[in-house]
Design a protein around this ligand. Structure first.
Ligand SMILES: O=C(O)CCC(=O)C(=O)O
Length: 300
């Protein structure tokens, strides 16, 4: 069944996708390394559907109203109300290097956005349809989630020349789900290589301790990043660059240390990410991301 999918785009509902690895192998890779890759899995037409939807969001974004920068460089101290509210909305965040000293954009808007987050799957039909491609439910089932629940989506631009570094981190520092944990699903919308800021991971690093935690308390508008463990982040001898062609899927554990460097090249490195739990998990009420109004987004 799986082997038959190896070379052909297979029709699934109205969409096409392919699986270049057996689901058993995928689960074994994930278990052993803390991440697994399915190369060139998503059809170009499906990638285009969300690429265009992301451009539309950027076009209607009013920069004069929201100058919220997304950067991982300052201990997450700049997470403001606009950021927290994006849990149930579609908000654009700027690149740190896209603003001049007086806070004005130093380049066109469509070259200045760092990312869009975090509820496109609920609120933008093209994203809803994309997230419901059967390959995502199938891979989540293969990794042990019976009823995958999608909590957040991000469209990351990694703009040419200024696309900001994402420092080493573990997703469990930001998205705490007891019992089952969180699985990150990262999709290359464009080719990703070292030169344009691909993902870096520490194979096997999902067994290392959780190094820090970002929690919010009911009486504070934003959260705080606290150190938990002083295990160092991986150095060059332990880090692996995940260079993949457009359409590839990278699945990773919430304990896996991962990062991406600044994009100094002239090519963007767009990616779309989804973070899943199983519906049986216990979502921490100290997570910054809470869905108080939106219904659970479940995959069958
Ligand atoms: O795409 C990137 O540069 C980083 C993505 C990431 O860290 C995540 O999805 O957890």
């Amino acid at each position: 069944m799986v082997a038959a999918r190896n070379t052909l785009w297979e029709a699934k509902t109205s969409n096409y996708w392919r699986l270049n690895v057996s689901l058993g192998q995928l689960a074994a890779d994930y278990e052993q390394n803390g991440f697994a890759v399915i190369e060139s899995a998503i059809a170009p037409s499906d990638l285009d559907s969300i690429k265009i939807a992301a451009q539309d969001i950027v076009e209607s974004f009013d920069v004069s109203k929201h100058r919220s920068v997304f950067s991982t460089q300052h201990q997450d101290k700049d997470r403001d109300k606009y950021f927290i509210d994006s849990a149930e909305a579609v908000h654009c965040f700027l690149e740190e290097h896209a603003l001049d000293e007086s806070g004005e954009l130093n380049r066109p808007k469509d070259r200045a956005i760092n990312k869009i987050g975090h509820a496109m799957h609920d609120l933008v039909p093209a994203f809803t349809e994309f997230c419901r491609l059967p390959i995502f439910a199938e891979t989540m089932h293969a990794l042990g989630f019976q009823t995958p629940e999608l909590w957040q989506t991000m469209y990351i631009f990694k703009q040419p020349q200024i696309g900001g570094e994402v420092r080493w981190h573990q997703d469990a520092s930001y998205l705490i789900a007891n019992n089952t944990g969180v699985i990150g699903c990262w999709i290359a919308i464009e080719d990703a290589s070292k030169s344009n800021g691909c993902l870096w991971v520490e194979p096997g690093g999902h067994h290392s301790p959780l190094r820090e935690i970002y929690e919010v308390s009911a009486d504070a508008p934003t959260g705080e990043l606290r150190p938990l463990d002083d295990t160092p982040w991986p150095d060059e001898s332990k880090a692996l660059a995940v260079e993949v062609p457009a359409g590839s899927i990278v699945l990773f554990s919430d304990r896996l240390p991962h990062s991406s460097s600044q994009n100094f090249s002239d090519r963007s490195r767009q990616a779309f990410t989804m973070h899943f739990t199983d519906h049986s998990s216990q979502w921490s009420d100290k997570n910054w991301l809470q869905r108080r109004h939106l219904s659970p987004f479940l995959l069958a």
